[in-house]
Write a protein that binds this ligand. Structure first.
Ligand code: WT7
Length: 572
């Protein structure tokens, strides 16, 4: 029989003895590394960039950037200058001030990172938006946060409904031949003339940094607000989980539109003074393997969906590249299948290390550490300094091997501090003012390893991205043919889950293939491609509670041929 535990593979890891570190851990020891521990002057962009620019890392590459048309490298010193310039552009050509919301809505490019860091230097709150969002999704996020300015490209401009966003004063455009006006500013032109000196705004540990909108099972996406203090945990996990050393070349494949792309695409590695690779453009097997080979990537952080696609492509494409630089691989976003870990052992001769966390946790919280044996199917153990438990619906801690709510003891450094505009929603995450309840169900075994079992709510994880069924249902209802809609995640071998919609039609509409396509296109155009249903099933009527709520669990039971459970609240 094959073993279900993969032993530690010898290596010189930063975290050597997990139990010892847990026992002796204090966040203050991590803080000592930051200059603000002495000075009290805090700014994450200073810690991530300027601090290294005035150290031996000055001429070390901070960022390699590559897409179909560009290939560039920026040292820490250059990052300092470019982010200073960006801060001056934002300061001089908008009314943005400390605490205002500034959005980034563009494909990955070096300018995206300059703008992000520049805004943070000003103490402005940054809302990164994934470039695939369409008008409805963009509108919801910009209006909820009353964003004052945005940086985007001319191609994406028509997805920003300027006339419906009275707070949005300034649009910075990155592209060619931009026509400037009161509202529109040519970002690159202004960058050329901008001063490379900037006085960083000094803040305190509770000052906000980034605002990531994420999906829940009900209502519109919610704005998860993070603060400066998150950097403490982002640095610690970058050292101990990603195991980044000074000589490493690190590639986090996530887009900054998602929390992984800021916390570990920007902050973690730059706080640690490491070298990062950013690959623009869409996923492609050859581009990806080529990036590892050409940059000599040593530490690679990606997602199960991507690994499954690479796995599906077989060894053929892989054999064309030299991937021998790799020494540590990690995964996040959805359950990491044992099959994928076995593939990793087979082709890379390495374990793939799962990491569990969420937008709300702001940094990694439960992980498979390089210094620990991996139990197949487990996400690993809590990060030192984090207390995790399985609790019941009253907040009582359950003994090992009992399934329940995966919860984290309130008060870790990277914890979200607010749901924008929605204090009730924020409070609803916490039980007895003690436990943050994640919305995932899990169990912990007798050795303290956590095993993910599923979401307790109806949130869909598709290709590692959270999609709220309610947002998709609301959009479906705007389609003229649809009278009722229910949306679920359907298990899928590559994407984890796909979005499946059940819809009932208004009188006079016939369920045809054309209509099905039209509905898919409608959601794609109005919300985003990743939120569009891949499957649509027409029904005369949908299962609802007496109070009119769509019963997604019944839809799911239909789909999976499972018992539907208690139907006492269902209307007949
Ligand atoms: C949800 C959070 C910040 C990570 C990227 C997604 C699921 C995340 C794992 C994992 C199983 C995972 C959970 C979680 N998830 N990591 N290692 N194993 N499930 O962030 O969009 O906020 O989604 O992703 O369901 O609650 P997110």
């Amino acid at each position: 029989m094959e073993s279900k535990v993969l032993p530690v593979i010898q290596g010189d890891y930063t975290l050597k003895d997990y139990d010892q570190m847990v026992k002796n851990f204090s966040w203050e020891d991590v803080e000592k590394e930051f200059s603000w521990h002495e000075t009290g002057l805090i700014n994450i962009a200073h810690e991530a960039v300027d601090r290294h620019a005035s150290s031996y890392r000055k001429n070390k590459v901070a960022l390699y950037y590559k897409d179909a048309s560009r290939k560039e490298a920026y040292t820490y010193n250059e990052m300092k200058r470019m982010s200073n310039k960006a801060a001056n552009v934002l300061l001089n050509h908008s009314t943005l001030q400390k605490g205002d919301r500034f959005f980034i809505f563009m494909p990955r490019s070096p300018e995206l990172y300059f703008a992000l860091l520049g805004a943070l230097k000003m103490g402005v709150i940054v809302g990164p938006l994934f470039e695939a969002f369409m008008e409805g999704a963009v509108y919801d996020r910009l209006s909820d946060s009353e964003a004052k300015a945005i940086i985007t490209t001319p191609e994406l401009l028509d997805r920003i409904p300027l006339d419906r966003l009275p707070h949005l004063e300034t649009v910075f455009l990155v592209g060619d031949s931009i026509e400037e006006s009161d509202k529109f500013v040519d970002f690159n032109k202004k960058m050329k003339d901008a001063s490379m000196h900037f006085e960083v705004e000094w803040l305190d540990r509770e000052s906000p940094t980034v605002l990531h909108y994420t999906s829940g099972s009900t209502g519109k996406p919610k704005g998860v607000l993070h603060v400066q203090e998150a950097m403490v945990q982002q640095l610690q996990t970058t050292r101990w989980v990603l195991d980044l050393h000074d000589e490493d070349i690190f590639w986090c494949t996530a887009d900054p539109g998602w929390v992984t792309g800021t916390a570990y695409g920007v902050f973690g590695p730059m706080l640690a003074g490491a070298t990062s690779v950013i690959v623009g453009g869409r996923f492609s097997i050859d581009t990806w393997y080529e990036a590892i080979q050409d940059y000599g990537v040593t530490v690679w952080y990606s997602a199960p969906t991507a690994f499954r696609m690479l796995m599906g492509a077989g060894v053929g494409p892989m054999e064309k590249y030299d991937l021998s630089s790799l020494r540590h691989i990690l995964s996040v976003g959805e359950p990491l299948n044992p099959e994928v870990i076995r593939w990793g052992m087979d082709v890379f001769k390495m374990r793939i290390h799962d990491t569990w966390w969420m937008t709300e946790t702001g940094a990694q919280t439960i992980c498979n550490f390089a210094c620990l044996p991996i139990k197949l199917g487990s996400m690993g153990k809590p990060v030192p300094g984090i207390e995790a438990a399985i609790v019941d619906d009253q907040g009582n801690v359950l003994p090992p091997n009992r399934m329940g709510n995966l919860a984290i003891k309130k008060g870790w450094p990277a914890m979200m501090r607010q749901i924008w505009n929605n204090p009730e929603k924020y409070e609803s995450y916490f039980m007895n003012d003690e436990w943050y309840v994640s919305g995932d169900s899990a169990y912990m075994d007798e050795d303290g390893y956590f095993f993910f079992q599923g979401r307790v709510d109806d949130v869909i994880m598709t290709s590692g991205e959270r999609v709220g069924p309610f947002e998709v249902e609301s959009k479906l209802l705007e389609h003229p043919a649809i009278v009722e809609a229910g949306v679920i995640g359907k298990p899928d071998p590559v994407r984890g889950e796909i979005i499946k919609a059940f819809v009932a039609l208004h009188e006079g509409y016939e369920p045809t293939e054309e209509l099905e396509d039209d509905i898919k296109q409608f959601v794609k155009k109005e919300l985003s491609a990743h939120a569009a249903p891949r499957e649509i099933e027409f029904k005369d009527k949908l299962p609802k509670t007496r109070s009119g709520k769509i019963m997604r669990r019944v839809l799911k039971a239909w789909e999976l041929n499972l018992p539907a459970g208690d139907l006492s609240t269902m209307e007949d």
